[in-house]
Design a protein around this ligand. Structure first.
Ligand code: SF4
Length: 82
C-alpha cells in the first residue's frame, strides 16, 4: 500500500466517522417515544395527568412523547412536577 493509498483510506474513514457522529434534526426528533411505546392515553390515570407532569410542554406537546398530547392525558413516563 502506497502512502497515497493510506491517506485516501484515512480521509474516507475519517469522513465516515464524522458523518456517523453528527446528529441531524430528524434523528433528534426520532429520539422521542411514540405514543404507543409510552402507552399514552388521552385521559388521566389515578389523578395523574400531563398538565402536572415535568415533561409537559404547553399547549399540546411533551419532551419525551411524540405527537399531539392532551393536557388531560397520561403515559407510563409520567413524572410529577416537583
Ligand atoms: S405523562 Fe407522558 S405524555 Fe404526558 S407530559 Fe408526561 S411524559 Fe409526556
Amino acid at each position: 500500500m502506497s502512502r497515497r493509498d493510506f491517506l485516501n483510506i484515512a480521509a474516507v474513514g475519517g469522513g465516515a466517522i464524522i458523518a456517523v457522529s453528527m446528529p441531524t434534526a430528524s434523528s433528534a426528533a426520532r429520539k422521542k417515544f411514540s405514543q404507543q411505546q409510552a402507552h399514552y392515553q388521552p385521559i388521566p390515570k389515578s389523578g395523574q395527568r400531563c398538565q402536572t407532569c415535568a415533561l409537559w410542554q404547553a399547549p399540546t406537546s411533551c419532551q419525551q412523547v411524540d405527537g399531539q398530547i392532551s393536557p388531560a392525558g397520561w403515559c407510563i413516563l409520567y413524572a410529577p412536577k416537583s
